[in-house]
Write a protein that binds this ligand. Sequence first.
Ligand code: UDP
Length: 255
Amino acid sequence: MRRNLNYGFLLGGMNMDEKKLINEKNIRLDGRKLGELRPIKIEAGVLNRADGSAYIEWGGNKVLAAVYGPIEAKPRHIQNPTKAIIDCRYNMAAFSVGERKRPGPGRRSIEISKVMSEALEYVVFTEKFPRAKIDVYIEVLQASAGTRCAGLTAASVALADAGIPMIDLLPACAVGKVEGQVVLDLDKEEDNFGEADIPLSVVPRTNEIVLLQMDGQLTIKEFEKCMEMGMNACKDIYELQKAALKERYAVFTEE
Ligand code: UDP
């Protein structure tokens, strides 16, 4: 969510003219290089009652994903006789952001839930479960920019943990422009004061883009650079997703 650049004074109490987000050596405020991700930790199978679950820590983000289903869709009139419905609900906890967030769904979370449902629907073999519903809950416990990407990354791991057949996992990552430079995985300050923010998600096996949103302005060349950087980052995130599932599976076989 980009905010008005005049809010620069919010950045550590300093004016944006005094405090730069990227230094002359192309190092960002948190010490990262332009194309570097924040630290990411993924754990699969963290909730006993859900059919599948995953927890992700991504920079300052902490997000839980839980899957219930497939179950018979009710009321019956919502059923699709040819495939399952994926009902993804993204929710930000009231305590997840600095300024208490009003509980309950708002325009933003409804939009995020919709784009996430559509992305997940593309990778799940929904036709295997006619008349069914698969609920995917995404609970943002702590937010620091990039929560939809963290949520989607965790959600596909939770679906795999639930044993739901899928084409592939869905890694997601944001890329954008800050102080004229294309950067990967914007943090909160970069998201607020940068020039562009593009969350994207890719099916690694086919290289298809299933989520792409853009806020801000970019030249075509910058956009292409963003795509390349984002697609490459998704490959790295994909490895972390697979490692989390392998670790979960190893524990499972030991039990
Ligand atoms: N945010 C907030 N209050 C809100 C919505 C967002 O403080 O009601 C913050 C939160 O840290 C979030 C960031 O703004 O991660 C960027 O929000 P955006 O809408 O761009 O979505 P995200 O980057 O989290 O997918």
